[in-house]
Design a protein around this ligand. Structure first.
Ligand code: HXC
Length: 518
């Protein structure tokens, strides 16, 4: 064959590979309101940066006449490219080829880019749209999944791993995304479950729709499996790009610092007014976050799950910062099982990737009750405490209002290695609130009083208790609070604190790994 013919053959093969399962199937993908694997990669990466690998790989299955049906690339598009100029590795499952189902060779393609990502110290983004293990392949497909799982595990804490679910993700296949750092799902177009509605019906008799069992809304609000719920793939891809902008490419790099035009020392007078006079009145902690952040930017993670705690990424003075904040406007910002798990996981992510943590405290305590105790709030609360206490990244804590009981200790107090702990003058730091404390301390005495005397006694004792504890100065007198700051000056103090902590070095004792209460 002449050179020109050989080149033409290459071009023809490339054209064929780019069509995946063929035009009819691409059309059907579009009709479902979904993009193809390649369109998704084009949207994700910087224009023209995609370098594809293994375009000519085909499956090796000979069961059920499979040798007669082969597609170039075999159902997954893999390669490398850049996002905002930084190297990332990507795989995108192609539903037009055998429903995006995973074969032995398909798994090898994914493993190859994961191995390269580890070698290069670059993030992996996986876009999932697949019917799971390729049924015709049997155990080699299962082995392929396990090869991917092992790489997900080894890469955890070394390079960021992000999963987008843009279609089906069922059976054991869910465990690769579950092993990654963040999961995103498109509303009404994606679902994740270990067993689908048909099996559920057969085994338990329960009738449930795909959407209710494993849709984006369910996973974003009930199970917490999904960190982001998006309307469509374009929004999802935009969020992945933004999410990566807060992260270093690997655990040995510092978190990115960008240019910042928002003045570091602007005074936010609005914050001097934000705490209501009545300590039982809520306010929206997100207003505080948006006010102090650079250009009011905040990427919230787990927005619909355990809303009593807020977690997400922001920038302050151009520094990438992970924010953990109690939310007084939802369940009074109480800590419970879900909020503890949510915050603990986020803190560990930040700590893996050298992203400093800002903690904003307004917490009345842990949620009391049998459902919490039966569910293991002890273990889950301990998990949050463990995550904070183990983290060696710079940690700045601001107590805005309540900081009571065990929750005070858990929320990045000084003794759990909070580096700089500030409080607003409105802070109340105590073992418990006045009412509860008076019940415990004076219960016997109050039982002897008539109703009128009891009311008077409670009012007087409350004043005495609040004077002693409903302020930050008692804690500050012990040095547990480094300074009491004016609320409007919070942005400046937080930025200066993180700037001063940039050279922080703290190392945990050598060990194989810790045993966080899971
Ligand atoms: C081989 C598959 C496939 C699979 C889909 N296809 N899933 N081929 N193995 N797992 C093929 C179909 O035969 C069809 O081929 C094409 O992909 C498109 O599928 P449709 O069913 O026509 O599409 P749709 O109606 O959109 O339904 C999508 C679906 C359904 C819901 C994903 O295909 C489905 O239920 N598939 C099986 C899901 C499943 O149970 N997978 C195993 C999970 S267990 P043609 O040629 O007809 O167009 C698992 C174990 C992993 O994955 C273990 C790891 C530990």
């Amino acid at each position: 064959m002449a050179s020109q013919d050989k080149i033409k053959k290459l071009i023809d093969l490339r054209t064929e590979a780019k069509l995946g399962g063929g035009e009819k199937r691409i059309e059907s993908q579009h009709k479902k309101g979904k993009f193809t694997a390649r369109e998704r990669i084009d949207m994700l990466l910087d224009e023209g940066s995609f370098e594809e690998f293994d375009m000519f790989v085909q499956h090796r299955c000979t069961n059920f006449g499979m040798e007669k049906t082969k597609f170039l690339g075999d159902g997954v598009v893999t390669g490398q490219g850049t996002i905002d100029g930084r190297l990332v590795f990507v795989f995108s499952q192609d539903f037009t080829v055998f429903g995006g189902s995973l074969s032995e060779t398909y798994a090898q393609k994914i493993c190859k880019i994961m191995d390269m990502a580890m070698k290069m110290g670059a993030p992996v983004v996986g876009m999932n749209d697949s019917g799971g293990a390729r049924i015709q392949e049997g155990v080699t497909a299962l082995a392929g999944y396990a090869e991917i799982f092992e790489r997900n595990i080894l890469a955890s804490g070394v390079i960021p791993q992000i999963s987008a679910i843009f279609g089906p993700c069922a059976g054991g296949a869910v465990y690769s995304p579950a092993l990654t750092d963040f999961i995103m799902m498109t509303e009404e177009k994606s679902y994740m479950f270990v067993t689908g509605p048909k099996v559920v019906k057969t085994v338990t008799g329960e009738d449930i729709s795909v959407e209710d069992l494993g849709g984006a809304k369910m996973h974003a609000s009930k199970s917490g499996v999904s960190h982001f719920m998006v309307d469509d793939e374009e929004e999802g891809i935009m969020i992945i790009r933004k999410l990566l902008s807060y992260m270093p490419s690997n655990n040995l790099e510092e978190a990115p610092i960008t240019a910042c035009s928002d003045p570091m020392d602007r005074m936010d007078d609005i914050l001097n007014e934000i705490i209501p006079a009545n300590p039982n009145m809520p306010y929206d902690m997100k207003d505080v976050i948006y006010t102090i952040a650079d250009d009011a930017e905040f990427l919230e993670v787990h927005r619909h799950y355990a809303k009593n705690i807020i977690v997400g990424f922001t920038r302050m003075g151009g520094m990438s910062i992970g924010v953990v904040a109690n939310q007084p406007s939802f369940l009074a910002g109480v800590l419970d099982i879900e909020s503890s798990r949510k915050a603990a996981r986020f803190i560990r992510f930040c700590d893996c990737f050298n992203i400093p943590i800002l903690t904003l405290v307004d917490v009345p305590g842990f949620l009391p009750g049998s459902s919490q105790e039966f569910g293991g709030i002890i273990t889950h609360g301990a998990k949050l405490m463990f995550a904070y206490g183990e983290a060696t990244v710079p940690k700045v804590t601001i107590t805005l209002r309540k900081s009571y009981g065990g929750a005070h200790d858990v929320m990045s107090c000084k003794q759990l290695r909070g580096d700089l702990n500030y409080a607003w003058p409105t802070a109340e730091i105590a073992v418990m609130g006045a009412k509860g404390a008076i019940e415990v301390l004076h219960g016997r005495k109050m039982a002897e009083l008539n109703d009128a005397d009891k009311v008077k006694f409670i009012a007087e004792t409350e004043i005495e208790y609040n004077e002693a504890f409903a302020n930050p100065y008692n804690a500050a007198s012990y040095g547990y609070i480094d300074d009491v700051i004016e609320p409007r000056n919070t942005r400046f103090r937080v930025i200066r604190a993180f700037q001063s902590l940039q050279t922080k070095k703290q190392v945990n004792p050598p060990k194989k790994h810790s045993n966080i209460p899971l």
